[in-house]
Design a protein around this ligand. Structure first.
Ligand code: GCB
Length: 864
């Protein structure tokens, strides 16, 4: 054997009870990544992309990883059946036992089970080898998406031991047995339990199936038995139906759960051969365009969030406790609905949604594009079957999603011919029809749904008419202009398709807690703009009964390797950060959604304010669901009425520290803030440097140093500021600045925004010694990763021609022919400090262009 193994011995007590044994085998696997071929010991849940997806962007490793482990198999197992159960492994998983291939599973988001019994050697060590491959595969969804396809066995791995006679495990349901509930009303509910029993022994077995049902108080309310004779090698299906009177209904407010326990008993010996249990819930629902979503006869507006399954530092390999934390937080936020975008999530997730009372839209990862092959279509269907069968019993699930934005690649592909386009549409519509049919065949009761992006093609192609309901992913106020256009779009859709129940499956802007302002704008990544957009969307949905709900994009920031937002490789549309610390907007949802009193002064990341002087107001925003909020600032008191969960206080405050206390009848919340006047900054230079976020309208706070780089300002006499130039905007993008991963810094937003063509930066300081630090980065040159010395003459010429300027401070030429691209390379943070002796004319930093335009990203002035 090539590698040294850790031998694991399982200590089963096989003598007394002989029913099913389930245990995780997560610990200490030897792991080798194809890329480096070095062995290491890892624990499952595991991914090999937890770091590189956030470091290397699109280049994160997609390929093969191999997991190895030796397990000791006792002689007693010879009479048993042994299974490996994967809750999820991305994306092709191949299992070998003692060198023999057992099977392969394709698809990274659903569970699967392999029967390994025949390959085991008893009374000795057995080698388990699991190969996992997350390479791009044109036949496996997702083909392309705005999230990372982290490779590895990233959910729990279990070893299951059963008797020869057992409930079926090795099928698409991965061991789940279906509990179908029907005709649910306040008076009664019918239950149909479907068990499939396998006899892997070589003789006929006489068994008894015993089913017990427990009510939400855990009181046994039913015992039903069936006697069966099962031929060797056969699998028998048994249905047990029952009717319950006056059921305790399941709902977000009262998530009542029943439990079903099934046991297989040997009729001769009385030995328990296998067991299965599952919770289930009783509720009914419908949706219509007039009254919205109706749960147990009552209309309920669905408001919540989407959720991706990754976490800072862990990729997608989360312990159950972190899944739990997310869902508890979403409940705490006031959500009653969750979309598990864009794929089935950990089984723990659905259990939690049942327990917490969160309605669920869960979907298969058929997203952005479709491959026109049988293989692709078939695996999409298989994924949907696995999803439905594995999570069938969860009362929280109300919608099965079949696709997300399936035309988005097509729409943005300008290389595609008209003919190819027609073919793409045809295969996508065909797949949607097949998925719809399969979904309804397996579960006629729940709603089918697909999510669309803002494009007419969904209507024209007819794809939007396939599922029961439609979800629109709408980004007005972000990718498309105008917050109000959101409602107009919905009204227009409703007018044209009055019978289509609509849901807003995604909306939201990027927001980075390091960026703050009182005067927000789209694409400034400020928390204030995030509030503006969410407020407007909630209002516009609440005004429209034909929209039955909405889920914000996204609950948490998540990894996306191609993204170049304010924080590179992270989609920052989260209501909480990727480490789950809360953004202010989280509390806003509480104020809008919770019944219990809420009061929160915003600005957890905005504690220092920089008005010009005592005549410029600062804004204190308070969230509450009371009708009025009182604010005590030092010894003064203000009152404001609450509108849409917000009380806005525009205050003139003196310089210094202030304690702010907000009060409602029920609650008090206090926050300390500090006010610093810009007009006094030059005077205060002895104590504190001036830091400017040049070319930006937002303040940037460096979380490591705690320093704030204040928004830029134009020079006026006696003050400081820029002269000339304009805010840099790359390729007319919406984002002001260059949305890039700036090399050599964690302070990307500071270097992403800049002023171009700037003539000077001036500070009217008194005479003295100063240090001026200039922050630059070349925004244009980001095509080549090449080492500057390897470039061809032509490339060198091109770079040299980009921009060159001289930096002169108080008349002294400090930097001649500063050529950022040539001297430092692509989008890289460059800081240069200069010591200055200022006379009576203050400090003037001048930029003289030799070719192209000058740029400046930031400036720091210190007295020394
Ligand atoms: C969408 C996609 C989602 C993206 C999101 C965004 O419409 O469905 O996967 O992450 O937009 O942030 O652009």
């Amino acid at each position: 054997m090539k590698y040294s193994f850790i031998i694991l011995t399982f200590l089963f007590s096989l003598t007394s009870v002989a029913q099913r044994q389930v245990q995780t085998i997560n610990a200490a696997w030897e792991f080798i990544l194809e890329e480096d071929n070095k062995a290491q010991i890892v624990n499952i849940p595991h991914t090999w992309n937890a770091e590189d997806a956030f470091r290397d962007g699109k280049e994160y490793f997609r390929g093969k990883g191999t997991y190895l482990k030796n397990i000791f198999v006792p002689q007693e197992w010879e009479q048993k059946r042994a299974f490996l159960k994967f809750e999820g492994s991305n994306q092709i998983t191949t299992v070998f036992v003692n060198g023999k291939k057992i099977g392969e599973h394709r698809g990274g988001y659903t569970g699967f089970v392999f029967d390994v019994s025949e390959a085991l050697n008893f009374g000795q060590a057995n080698e388990l080898k699991i190969e996992v491959d997350n390479s791009h595969n044109p036949d496996i969804p997702p083909l392309d998406a705005d999230f990372n396809f982290y490779g590895g066995i990233y959910r729990d791995l279990e070893l299951i031991l059963t008797n020869a006679v057992h409930f079926e495990l090795e099928n698409e349901a991965a061991g789940n047995l279906l509990i179908k509930t029907g005709n649910v009303s306040a008076e009664s509910a019918s239950i149909d339990f479907e068990a499939r029993i396998v006899n892997a022994a070589d003789k006929r077995r006489r068994v008894k199936l015993e089913v017990n049902i427990f009510d939400p108080e855990n009181k046994r309310i039913r015992t039903i038995t069936r006697e069966l004779n099962i031929r060797p090698g056969a699998s028998n299906k048994v249905n047990i139906t029952d009717k319950l009177q006056n059921p305790a209904l399941w709902s977000p407010d009262a998530p009542n759960l029943y439990k079903l326990e099934a046991r297989l008993v040997d009729r001769a010996s009385g030995e328990v051969l296998d067991d299965f249990d599952s919770k289930f819930g009783l509720r009914w629902f419908e949706v219509d365009t007039e009254r919205g979503f109706i749960l147990n006869g009552e209309p309920i507006k669905l408001i919540g969030a989407n959720r991706h399954q990754d976490f800072e530092g862990l990729g997608n390999a989360l312990p159950n406790s972190l899944h739990r934390k997310d869902y508890e937080m979403m409940k705490e936020m006031g959500s009653n609905v969750i979309r598990t975008a864009h794929y089935p999530q950990d089984p723990e997730v659905y259990r939690l949604c049942d327990e917490l009372g969160l309605l669920v839209w869960t979907e298969v990862p058929v997203i952005n594009d479709v491959t026109d092959t049988d293989a692709y279509h078939d695996i999409s269907l298989k994924m949907q079957r696995e999803q439905i069968l594995q999570f069938y019993n969860h009362p929280s699930i109300v919608m099965w999603g079949i696709m997300n934005e399936i035309f988005i690649r097509l729409v943005f592909n300008n290389q595609i011919t008209e003919e190819e386009k027609v073919e793409k549409i045809r295969t996508s519509v065909e797949l949607a029809e097949k998925l719809e049919k399969e979904t309804k065949r397996l579960d006629p009761q729940r709603l089918s749904v697909m999510a669309l992006h803002e494009n007419e093609l969904y209507n024209e192609s007819g794809i939007a008419d396939i599922t029961d309901v439609i979800g629109w992913n709408l980004y007005f106020g972000w990718y498309s202009p105008g917050l109000e256009s959101f409602g107009e779009f919905l009204d227009e859709q409703h007018k044209r398709y009055p019978d289509r129940p609509l849901f807003i499956s995604e909306y939201g802007p990027g927001a980075d807690v390091r960026l703050q302002t009182d005067t927000p704008l789209p694409w400034d990544y400020s928390e204030a703009y995030q509030l503006e957009l969410h407020r407007s969307y909630i209002n516009q949905v609440l005004e429209r009964d034909f929209v039955f709900g909405m889920t914000a994009w996204n609950f948490a920031d998540f990894g996306s390797s191609f993204r170049q937002d304010a924080a590179p490789y992270i989609n920052q549309k989260g209501l909480v950060n990727i480490d789950r610390s809360k953004k202010d907007i989280f509390y806003y949802y509480q104020a809008r959604l919770l019944e219990e009193p809420v009061l929160y002064i915003t600005g957890e990341h905005y504690k220092t304010r920089y008005p010009k002087d005592e005549n410029e107001e600062i804004t204190i925003t308070v969230f509450s669901n009371a009708s009025e909020v009182t604010l005590n600032v030092d010894d003064r008191e203000f009152s404001e009425t609450v509108e849409d969960g917000i009380a806005v206080f525009n205050l003139l405050l003196p310089e210094g520290k202030h304690r702010i206390t907000a009060k409602t009848d029920d609650l008090t919340h206090t926050r300390d803030i500090e006010v610093k006047f810009r007009k006094n900054m030059l005077k205060n230079l002895e104590k504190e440097p001036i830091l400017l976020n040049v070319g930006a309208k937002v303040n940037y706070t460096d979380p490591v140093t705690g320093e704030t780089w204040i928004s830029d300002q134009e020079y006026s006499e006696g003050e400081f500021g820029y002269v000339g130039g304009e805010v840099y905007q790359k390729n007319k993008s919406k984002f002001q600045g260059t949305a890039s991963d700036i090399q050599g810094t964690e302070n990307d937003p500071l270097f992403q925004t800049m002023r171009e063509g700037i003539e000077a930066y001036k500070f009217d300081v008194p005479a003295g010694n100063y240090r001026v630090t200039l922050l630059f980065s070349e925004p244009e040159f980001n095509a080549s990763e090449e080492n500057i010395y390897n470039l061809s003459e032509a490339q060198k010429q091109e770079i040299s021609g980009l921009r060159s300027f001289d930096v002169r401070i108080n008349g002294n030429l400090f930097s001649k022919d500063l050529n950022l691209a040539r001297d430092y390379g692509r989008i890289r943070a460059v800081e240069k400090s200069y010591r200055i002796k200022a006379g009576d004319n203050g400090i003037q930093v001048e930029f003289e262009e030799n070719s192209g335009k000058s740029v400046l990203s930031g400036i720091r002035l210190e007295k020394i």
